[in-house]
Design a protein around this ligand. Structure first.
Ligand code: ASP
Ligand code: MG
Length: 418
C-alpha cells in the first residue's frame, strides 16, 4: 500500500462536472489500495475574481491580512465540495483547511513560507481509511493568523505535505500532460519530457515555465520527494521530476522557457569611482527590487555605462529609486526599455558541452533578431530580446537544439493561471 499525495489545480476543479471527474480519479487511486491525501486549489478563476472584488471595495491597497482572509476562502470552497463529491461515490472523505492540517508559516501575508508542518491529524485520517482533502495555498502563523503562500502556492502545499508525511509519491495533476520541452501553445512540436532533474525543473520554473511553482520544486529537491506532473484530463503517463534524469543521446538542452515580466534599465555616464555599483544595487535591494542580469561596459573618459534587468512589475519602483540617488551617483542619464522577453535554454548537460552559447547566438542572429542582454550559468543561458520575436525565436531554438517531435501535444482545458 502506498501513501500518495494528489494535487489538483484550479482548472481541474473549475466547475461541478470537473470536480466530480476529479473525485472519480481520486476514488480510482484509492481503490487500487492506496492511502490518499489530496491538495486542491480554488475553483477556476476564483482567486482572480476575489482579487477583483477587493479592488472594487478598496481605493488603495487593501490590508494584506484581510486579503489573506479573503483569498483562503477560495480553497475552502474547493475542499468541502470535493469531499462531498468523493463521499457521494461511497468513499469516506474529510476536508481540512491549511491550519487544521497543521501547515505553519512565517508571519508574512501574501507570500509566507512554510516553517513547520504538524501532519498528525492528516495522517490519522488517512490511516483510518479516509481520503483526506487539504486546502492548498494557505497556512497559519504560530500566533493563529491566516496566511497564504503566494500565487500558485498549492503546488508548494502538496510537495511540503508529501515530505512531511513521507508520502511515496506526490502527483501534480494539471491541464497539460506533463512538463514539455517548451510551451506547447507556442511550439506545436514541443515534446513531453519523460523525466527531468530537480535542478533543471527549478531553473525552468524560475525562468518562466508555469507548470510548477519554483518553491515547490525547491522543496521536492531538498526533501527528495518523488514528483510526477500529469494531466487530470487524460490517463497519459506524466513527467517524473527527480534527482537525476536521463538525457537522450545527442541532446543537451532539456527545455526552453520564456518570461515576459522583464524590463531593462540603463544608467549612462556613471563617473568612475569605487562603490558606485554597490550604491545602486543596495538602494534597489532596500526596496525589495530583484535585479537579474547586470552588464557593465568599459570605462570611457572616466565614465561607465551599465544595464540591468528587473521584473517589469518593479520598473516604476526601480526608476524612482534610481532618480532618488541621481545626485549621489552623478550619472548622466537613465533609460529603460520594455516589450522585452527573456528566452532561456536549460539543460544539465550544458556544463560539459562546448558550443551551446555559440549555437544560441547564431540561431537568434540568423533570424535577424538583436540580443540586448545575455546571462549564463552552469545549466542555463538566457537572452533578452524584443517580445515581438518571441515565437519565432523559441521555435528556431527548439529546432536547432534537436527538440522537435512529431508526437501530438495534449493541451487540455483552459490553462491553469499562475
Ligand atoms: N488559488 C491560488 C492561486 O490561484 C493558489 C493556487 O492555485 O495554487 O494562485
Ligand atoms: Mg489557482
Amino acid at each position: 500500500m502506498a501513501l500518495i499525495v494528489m494535487k489538483f489545480g484550479g482548472s481541474s476543479v473549475g466547475d461541478a462536472e470537473r470536480m466530480k471527474r476529479v473525485a472519480r480519479r481520486i476514488v480510482e487511486r484509492k481503490q487500487e489500495g492506496n492511502q490518499i491525501v489530496v491538495v486542491v486549489s480554488a475553483m477556476g478563476d476564483t482567486t482572480d475574481d476575489l482579487i477583483d472584488l477587493s479592488k472594487q471595495i478598496c481605493e488603495g491597497t487593501p490590508s494584506a491580512r484581510e486579503m489573506d482572509m479573503l483569498l483562503t476562502t477560495g480553497e475552502q470552497v474547493s475542499v468541502a465540495l470535493l469531499s462531498m463529491a468523493v463521499q457521494s461515490l461511497g468513499e469516506p472523505a474529510v476536508s481540512y483547511t491549511g491550519w487544521q492540517a497543521g501547515m505553519y508559516t512565517e508571519a508574512v501575508h501574501g507570500k509566507a513560507r512554510i516553517t513547520d508542518i504538524q501532519p498528525d491529524r492528516v495522517l490519522k485520517s488517512a490511516q483510518a481509511g479516509s481520503v483526506v482533502i487539504v486546502a492548498g495555498f494557505q497556512g497559519m502563523t504560530t500566533e493563529g493568523e491566516i496566511t497564504t503562500l503566494g500565487r500558485g502556492g498549492s503546488d508548494t502545499t502538496a510537495v511540503a505535505l508529501a515530505a512531511a508525511i513521507k508520502a511515496d509519491l506526490c502527483e501534480i495533476y494539471t491541464d497539460v500532460d506533463g512538463v514539455y520541452s517548451t510551451d506547447p501553445r507556442v511550439v506545436k512540436v514541443a515534446r513531453k519530457l519523460k523525466e527531468i532533474s530537480y535542478d533543471e525543473m527549478l531553473e525552468l520554473a524560475n525562468l518562466g515555465a508555469a507548470v510548477l511553482h519554483p518553491r515547490a520544486v525547491e522543496y521536492a529537491k531538498n526533501y527528495n520527494v518523488a514528483l510526477v506532473v500529469r494531466s487530470s484530463f487524460t490517463q497519459n503517463e506524466g513527467t517524473q521530476v527527480k534527482e537525476e534524469a536521463v538525457m537522450e543521446q545527442g541532446i543537451v538542452v532539456r527545455g526552453i522557457a520564456y518570461d515576459k515580466n522583464v524590463a531593462r534599465i540603463s544608467i549612462l555616464g556613471v563617473p568612475e569611482k569605487p562603490g558606485q555599483l554597490a550604491k545602486v544595487f543596495t538602494a534597489l535591494a532596500k526596496e525589495q527590487i530583484d535585479v537579474d542580469i547586470i552588464v557593465q561596459s568599459g570605462v570611457i573618459a572616466g565614465a561607465a555605462d551599465f544595464s540591468f534587468t528587473t521584473a517589469l512589475t518593479d520598473l516604476d519602483k526601480a526608476l524612482a529609486v534610481i532618480e532618488s540617488i541621481r545626485s549621489d551617483i552623478g550619472f548622466r542619464e537613465a533609460t529603460h526599455e520594455t516589450d522585452l522577453v527573456k528566452v532561456s535554454i536549460v539543460g544539465a548537460g550544458m556544463v560539459s558541452t562546448p558550443g551551446v552559447a555559440a549555437k544560441m547566438f547564431e540561431t537568434i542572429s540568423e533570424l535577424g533578431v538583436t540580443i540586448s542582454l545575455v546571462s549564463t550559468s552552469e545549466i542555463k543561458m538566457s537572452c533578452v530580446i524584443k517580445q515581438a520575436h518571441l515565437a519565432e525565436v523559441v521555435r528556431a531554438l527548439h529546432t536547432a537544439f534537436g527538440l522537435d517531435t512529431t508526437e501530438q501535444a495534449y493541451v487540455g482545458g483552459p490553462q491553469e493561471r499562475r
